[in-house]
Design a protein around this ligand. Structure first.
Ligand code: SF4
Length: 324
């Protein structure tokens, strides 16, 4: 890709287990385009679909001055696209939140399968926590209950807001929540109140699992896929007694943070000429295989992809040591 001459743009890619996000920002940090793709167990296809969508939306590859990758499959994304910078998603999420709300002190990030808490002081991330093995404080908890109720999870927010009361759902895990929910339905509680109770259960699970023992100081930014759900937003504000701020691009903040980081490096002169592969990233063989890591009792099913002529990269390792 020849160097960007006109209107340089910075590309940020965030590849997670549920979604793959690609974002373009300009020199001033304004978002010029943002694409959200379901990862669907195939990050190579998801990254390519995201890039293809940007091109269809009018991106000329030569305008990309620098590119960066984040998320659990960041090494794979970097190898595939020729990224100039790779950072973990904690850093990317913190940078994006501080860009939107400069004095932010807490970032609550709840995604489809994992959730995080990041504490910032003076704009710098100083502590963080992630959900470990339990998905009860993530979007997966709501998805499971929505499927059981036969109601699209997107309707949960509006339903919870219509509730006159709230039914307490005892649920430290999906199985207990489901049986309690069935019991409450049999008792004749309205569905709105049950949905509101589920939103509160997710927030309770998040606060006891991920946020346990940590100070949640305002301003609080709430981001990630679940932050689009007004029922969860209300439940969080109720539990914390604080206002939470949901940024405009709440579902693609990791990619925005990555684009901002790459712009900083570019402006500091640390990226002289981008390695971004442009259209070449869209094709070429990508052979995927898997192996079981036996280095600890987690025994992760690690995925490995070999990119013809561009090395190989791993993902799906819980500790990150295989994808270094
Ligand atoms: S990848 Fe890490 S967490 Fe997973 S089994 Fe190996 S050492 Fe354990």
């Amino acid at each position: 890709v020849p160097p960007a001459r006109e209107a340089p743009l910075f590309l940020g890619i965030d590849v997670g287990s549920v979604s793959t996000n690609v974002v373009l920002i300009d020199r001033h940090g304004a978002v010029r385009d943002a694409v959200y793709v379901r990862t669907g167990g195939d990050p190579v296809a998801a990254i390519r679909a995201g890039l293809r969508q940007l091109a269809e939306n009018g991106l000329a590859w030569r305008m990309v001055a620098a590119c960066g990758a984040s998320g659990s499959a960041r090494r794979l994304a970097a190898a595939l696209t020729g990224s100039d910078l790779v950072k973990n998603e904690i850093t990317a999420h913190a940078v994006a939140a501080a860009h939107c709300v400069p004095d932010v002190r807490t970032v609550i990030e709840i995604g489809g399968q994992d959730s995080k808490l990041i504490c910032l002081r003076e704009g710098i991330a100083c502590d963080f926590a992630m959900n470990t093995v339990c998905a009860a404080g993530t979007g997966a908890f709501l998805d499971a209950q929505a499927a059981r109720l036969g109601i699209p999870v997107e309707q949960f927010g509006a339903l919870a807001r219509r509730a006159r009361g709230c039914v307490a759902i005892a649920g430290r895990c999906t199985v207990f929540a489901e049986s309690d929910m069935v019991h409450k339905q049999q008792l004749g509680h309205p569905i709105e109140s049950i949905v509101k109770g589920l939103c509160q259960a997710l927030v309770r699970n998040y606060l006891t699992d991920v946020a346990r023992g940590r100070d949640i100081l305002p301003p609080i930014v709430f981001q990630g896929g679940v932050s689009a759900n007004a029922g969860i937003r209300d439940a969080l504000e109720h539990a914390l007694g604080q206002t939470v701020i949901v940024p405009k691009y709440n579902t693609v903040m990791g990619a925005i943070g990555m684009a901002l980081l790459v712009r900083m490096h570019f402006d500091a002169g640390l990226i002289a000429a981008t390695s971004f592969r442009g259209a070449a990233a869209l094709s070429g063989e990508a052979r995927v295989s898997s192996f079981e890591c036996l280095d600890c009792p987690n025994r992760c099913e690690v995925m490995e992809v070999c990119l013809a002529g561009h090395g190989k990269a791993c993902w799906n390792d819980r500790c990150g040591k295989r994808s270094l």
